[in-house]
Design a protein around this ligand. Structure first.
Ligand SMILES: O=P(O)(O)OC[C@H]1O[C@H](OP(=O)(O)OP(=O)(O)O)[C@H](O)[C@@H]1O
Ligand SMILES: O=c1cc[nH]c(=O)[nH]1
Ligand SMILES: [Mg+2]
Length: 216
C-alpha cells in the first residue's frame, strides 16, 4: 500500500460480496466492453444507493387501496450527478437508475499522458447547481488531479455538498482529495495498492475509458 496519510473517515469502501464479485470480473483483462459496461452500471447503482442515504425527504400523505397513510418523497431539485468525461459516462445510467429525478452536469477532463495533469475541455451544469448536492462520478481515482479539478469547478459554481463516487481508488488520490477538500466524502468499490510509474492504479483495471468504449 502506498505510504500516504489521510483521514480514514473521508472514505467508504463498499464491503459486500456482490461488489467484490463484480469487481473481480471488472478487473479481468478478458472481460469484453459490453460486459464491462454492464458491471460498471450495476456497481454505480449500488454505490449511488449508499451515497444517497441522507437525501432530503418530505412527509406526504398517500392513499393505498386500503386507507390513507403517511409516506416520504424526495425533495425536488436537490441532486445533480456530475460525470467526468469520458469514463464517468459509464456510471451515469447506473446512478440514474436509483435516482432518476437527478439533474445531470457534465465535465470533460482528460489526463495528459506525460504530466498526468488533467486538461479540462467541456463543462455544462444544470440550473441551480449551487443549491444541489453534487455526486461526481468517475470510475478511477488515481493521482486525484481530475477529481480535484472537477471539485474546484463545482466549488467555483457555488456547490457546497460535493461527494465523489469511484470504482477504484488509489491511496494517493484519496490523500490528495482529502488534503485539499476535507469535506468531500469518497465512496469506492475498492481501495488499491497504489500507482505505477505511469500513474496507473495497481492492480487496478487498466484504462477505464478505453475498456468502456472499446478504444484500446
Ligand atoms: O486521478 P487522475 O490521475 O486524474 O486519473 C483519473 C482520471 O483518468 C481517467 O480519465 P482519462 O484522462 O483517461 O480520460 P477518459 O475518461 O477520456 O479516458 C479516469 O477516468 C479519471 O478521469
Ligand atoms: O489506472 C488508471 C488511472 C487513470 N485512469 C484510468 O483509466 N486508469
Ligand atoms: Mg482514459
Amino acid at each position: 500500500m502506498a505510504n500516504v496519510t489521510y483521514d480514514k473517515n473521508c472514505l467508504t469502501v463498499l464491503d459486500h460480496p456482490l461488489v467484490g464479485h463484480k469487481m473481480t470480473i471488472l478487473r479481468d483483462e478478458s472481460t469484453a466492453p459490453a460486459h464491462f459496461r454492464k458491471l460498471v452500471h450495476e456497481l454505480a447503482a449500488l454505490e449511488a444507493y449508499e451515497a444517497t442515504r441522507d437525501l432530503p425527504t418530505m412527509q406526504v400523505q398517500v392513499k393505498t387501496p386500503i386507507c390513507e397513510t403517511e409516506g416520504v418523497r424526495l425533495k425536488e431539485d436537490t441532486l445533480a450527478v456530475v460525470p467526468i468525461l469520458r469514463a464517468g459516462m459509464g456510471m451515469l445510467e447506473g446512478v440514474l437508475s436509483v435516482v432518476p429525478s437527478a439533474a445531470v452536469g457534465v465535465l470533460g477532463m482528460e489526463r495528459d499522458e506525460e504530466t498526468h495533469e488533467p486538461h479540462s475541455y467541456y463543462a455544462k451544469m444544470p440550473q441551480g447547481i449551487e443549491n444541489r448536492m453534487a455526486l461526481v462520478i468517475d470510475p478511477m481515482l488515481a493521482t486525484g488531479g481530475s477529481a480535484l479539478a472537477a471539485i474546484k469547478y463545482l466549488r467555483e459554481a457555488g456547490v457546497k455538498d460535493i461527494r465523489l463516487l469511484v470504482m477504484v481508488a488509489a491511496p494517493e488520490g484519496v490523500a490528495a482529495v482529502n488534503a485539499a477538500e476535507p469535506d468531500v466524502h469518497i465512496w469506492a468499490c475498492a481501495l488499491d495498492e497504489g500507482l505505477n510509474d505511469a500513474a496507473y492504479i495497481v492492480p487496478g483495471l487498466g484504462d477505464a475509458g478505453d475498456r468502456i468504449f472499446g478504444t484500446v
